[in-house]
Write a protein that binds this ligand. Structure first.
Ligand code: C5P
Length: 229
């Protein structure tokens, strides 16, 4: 499968709305990201149902598994067999053994990513949970551990792209949210980067949600983003 540069975050608790968006977006060739909110509303049946309108669209299943190795491996085995996502993910903080077993359980062509440090955690919050600060140090430590475990890449913020591209090399996937086309609303994102800038710095894929899903014409919004690259 030829991987698109953009995965659109379809964050909604209305399945018919999700299906309408996914069908429209499938005509642009971009991928679809479905996450915890959608999964917990509709379950694996809902994911299958939503993606049935776009059978050729790559899916990034953003469920961020974090548990003991055997349990995470079982979850990865189940989701990769049944839903065949292009990408799925775990928390790197689950450790080397957990990530190694998760990767071994990952079936077919699904690629496995890790989340390093949630961008909602600042340095004080990191210290509160006993992790090293500044966050940038912890991000690099966990990205290298992810690579050691044989995973395909990490989810990272735009400000981490450069340092991780240098630390982890060219074959490591960097999936980057917090992207806003020039002039778009920030919504609740605090630090954003344009699509072109993030790709120029070395991001492999961009996760873009509301600038597409809330646009009057989502297909046109995708075309404008693709033209800006
Ligand atoms: O609508 P927007 O473009 O802000 O959506 C970004 C998507 O990426 C959302 O699904 C959000 O949960 C996810 N995400 C993020 N920042 C992170 C990790 C994931 O915005 N650090």
């Amino acid at each position: 499968m030829n991987m698109p540069k953009i995965f659109c975050a379809v964050d909604t608790d209305e399945i018919e709305h999700a299906k309408t968006l996914i069908r429209i977006l499938s005509e642009t060739g971009i991928g679809i990201k479905l996450g915890l909110e959608f999964f917990n509303h509709f379950g694996p049946d809902g994911i299958e149902d939503a993606m049935s309108v776009a059978p050729d669209s790559p899916l990034f299943l953003d469920l961020k598994f974090h548990d003991i190795p055997n349990t995470v491996a079982g979850a990865i085995r189940a989701t990769s067999h049944r839903l065949k996502p292009a990408y799925l993910n775990v928390h790197a903080a689950g450790g080397l053994e957990m990530m190694t077993q998760a990767k071994a359980a990952c079936y077919g062509e699904s690629k496995l990513l890790a989340v390093t440090v949630l961008t909602s955690l600042d340095d004080i919050a990191l210290l509160q949970v006993g992790q090293q600060a500044p966050a940038t140090v912890q991000v690099e430590t966990l990205a290298k551990l992810t690579q050691q475990a044989g995973l395909d890449g990490v989810v990272c913020s735009s400000k981490e792209i450069e340092v991780l591209r240098t630390a982890c090399g060219d074959d490591f996937v960097l999936m980057t949210p917090g992207i806003r086309p020039a002039g778009a609303s920030m919504d609740d994102q605090k630090r954003v980067m344009t699509p072109k800038c993030a790709l120029d710095l070395g991001a492999t894929h961009l996760v873009i949600g509301r600038p597409i899903t809330k646009a009057d014409d989502p297909k046109q919004a995708v075309h404008e983003i693709l033209e800006s690259l």
